[in-house]
Design a protein around this ligand. Sequence first.
Ligand code: ATP
Ligand code: ATP
Ligand code: MG
Ligand code: MG
Ligand code: MG
Ligand code: MG
Length: 257
Amino acid sequence: MAKSRYEYVKQFELDDSALPGTWMVVRIDGRGFHGFTDMHKFEKPNDLRAIHLMNRAALEVVGNIRDIIIAYGQSDEYSFVLPASSTLYSRRISKITSTIVSLFASNYTMHWAEYFPDTKLLVPPCFDARLVCYPTQRILRDYLSWRQADCHINNLYNTTFWAIVHSGKSEQEAEEKLRGTFSKDKNEILYSDFNINYNTLDAVYRKGSVIIRQETEVKSVSQKSGEEVIRLKRLPTVLHDDIIGNEFWKKHPELLV
Ligand code: ATP
Ligand code: ATP
Ligand code: MG
Ligand code: MG
Ligand code: MG
Ligand code: MG
């Protein structure tokens, strides 16, 4: 196509390619979800429907963008990891970030009604996103450990906070009771006041969600013979494993190459 005399403005688009040979992590986070969760009457501390919807949107992103090797989600955030060798969109930061966040938000919206059949979506959900490059495996693992530790700290606080509120105290009273407490104090309050052993709560709440591609048996019917055949396919799968310790990484050595 002939070039117009306006074509020169293209030169103003600066190069924003991510540093080569580094892990790229895109983290998306719900905008104003404190209000969003109130407005849609999410159960507190954890609305399982909302966790499943976040996971569904993330599964669609991982299924759509083949370069993503692992994703980790908790609360209203999800991190998507692209390996150092990835050449997706020539590693252009804005292109990668905007594609991932837009896919996530549209899937969250598109699948809302499957997870919230009785709750009308009142405002368009919105997510921000950033891309950060991490130079080594160790730092990448520390990044993921940081997010899972954050999940643990917030979930322990929220679980205790809402147990106090649901027992008839005001939110202000609950906040005062928890001010300055350590983890062991919250565990103790949960155990002695509410008979809750924190460590036995479902891992989906304590550990958040990890998505990796796992070999999964997929059944289909052969068109030729009409017989049922079982194939192994690598499908994005949600786990609630600990990713801070070494065990997970020993079990999945392919993730860090
Ligand atoms: P910002 O726009 O700065 O991110 P925010 O209001 O989204 O502001 P966050 O720190 O991201 O602030 O907090 C997310 C909020 O969403 C928290 O209040 C958290 O409790 C709530 N939330 C996220 N997921 C769930 C869930 N599954 N069930 C109940 N509440 C949830
Ligand atoms: P990329 O992902 O690289 O952007 P693309 O297929 O979106 O690939 P574009 O150059 O953005 O490529 O082209 C947009 C396409 O959408 C064109 O084929 C254009 O004709 C089509 N299109 C956009 N708007 C309309 C419309 N209102 N009616 C019909 N076709 C449209
Ligand atoms: Mg925030
Ligand atoms: Mg948020
Ligand atoms: Mg958040
Ligand atoms: Mg286009």
